[in-house]
Design a protein around this ligand. Structure first.
Ligand SMILES: [Zn+2]
Length: 336
């Protein structure tokens, strides 16, 4: 039956390193047809069409109008789309919601004012994993691209993570957000890896709260199941009076935990590493600066963290100015 499935008619680029086929329990998925090296581009894709509205504002009429402007071949491609690979969609908005990505809405001030969603026939076939082997980085143009975050073997399913803050969400929280049951390594219940994974991700969330003064989604934690239970520590995080020494080893510990979890891909490392180097550069007290430099010179994240632990409990001459600077930054962002 899968031989006649409409997804067989979706057009793949000639050099695509994957094929589309049924994925047990997940409808269809993309599977590597040859080895894809870490960092290699898997697919660059133009949207079939875009709708320049936020998700909640997109109407049946919006999608229908965009569809009607398509050439016949593109219309036919759109008509191949199936709800979870099974049945035709009953509404255009459903087809759009299940096969679209937000583009251009996460970069730059203008972008956040004018959200754009594009319909991507092929990237929408990639299934989710909480420990994925590919990533679709944010883009500020309409073409999206996926890259291998580790070596992918021929025959392996290509996956990416559907949400942006799953590194600090436990299994239960992830499933609430996904609205389906993920069966990746981090989600298979009752395994030692899954239990460790929940601990690591909860720990990462706590460490991020200590350094950012809020959750990744911008929320302050209330009294219901707070991640930081010590009120003094929570207050210190929220008014940015966490000392520089603690900031350094919290950040290094996050890197180590991300690595252990299988999430520290090159994109994430590239994003997080500069802020750690910035922290290292802020120390003024000579002994602290020396230890921070020594820590960053270590080879692994675990070694860097262990070295930075020598700073534990140490105040730095820069602490006051750093706290003031962070408060000012926070004040500015609140005013905007
Ligand atoms: Zn999962």
């Amino acid at each position: 039956m899968s031989q006649n499935h409409p997804y067989r008619s979706l057009q793949l680029p000639g050099d695509a390193p994957f094929e589309l086929k049924p994925s047990p329990g997940k409808g269809w998925g993309a599977f590597a047809t040859r080895r894809i090296n870490r960092g290699a581009t898997i697919l660059r894709e133009r949207p079939l069409f875009v709708v320049r509205k936020s998700n909640e504002q997109i109407t049946e009429e919006d999608v229908r109008t965009a569809f009607q402007h398509l050439p016949p071949s593109a219309k036919q491609q759109f008509s191949h789309l199936r709800d979870n690979a099974c049945v035709p969609f009953t509404h255009m908005t459903e087809a759009f919601a299940e096969n679209s990505f937000a583009i251009s809405n996460s970069v730059g001030p203008q972008a956040s004012i004018s959200p754009v969603h594009g319909l991507f026939l092929l990237h929408s076939r990639f299934n989710h994993s909480c420990i994925p082997n590919s990533k679709i980085p944010n883009t500020n143009n309409e073409i999206i691209a996926s890259f291998a975050t580790r070596d992918i073997m021929a025959g392996e399913e290509i996956t990416f993570c559907y949400n942006t803050d799953f590194e600090c969400r436990n299994r239960h929280e992830r499933h609430q957000a996904l609205r389906f049951i993920c069966d990746c390594k981090a989600c298979l219940p009752g395994t030692p890896f899954q239990q460790l994974s929940d601990m690591r991700r909860t720990f990462i969330r706590g460490l991020q709260y200590l350094t950012l003064g809020k959750d990744l989604n911008g929320q302050k934690q209330g009294s219901v199941s707070p991640i930081i239970v010590d009120p003094k520590l929570k207050k210190a995080a929220e008014d940015f009076s966490i000392p520089l020494s603690s900031r350094l080893f919290y950040n290094l510990l996050v890197m180590y935990l991300l690595e252990e979890e299988g999430l520290l891909d090159d994109f994430m490392a590239e994003r997080l590493h500069p802020s750690i180097l910035n922290i290292k550069a802020l120390f003024i007290t000579e002994r602290n600066a020396r230890i921070a430099t020594l820590a960053m010179a270590q080879e692994t994240w675990l070694e860097k963290f262990c070295m930075a632990l020598r700073l534990y409990g140490r105040a730095d001459v820069a602490d006051h100015a750093v706290a003031e600077g962070l408060r000012k930054l926070q004040g500015l962002s609140v005013e905007q």
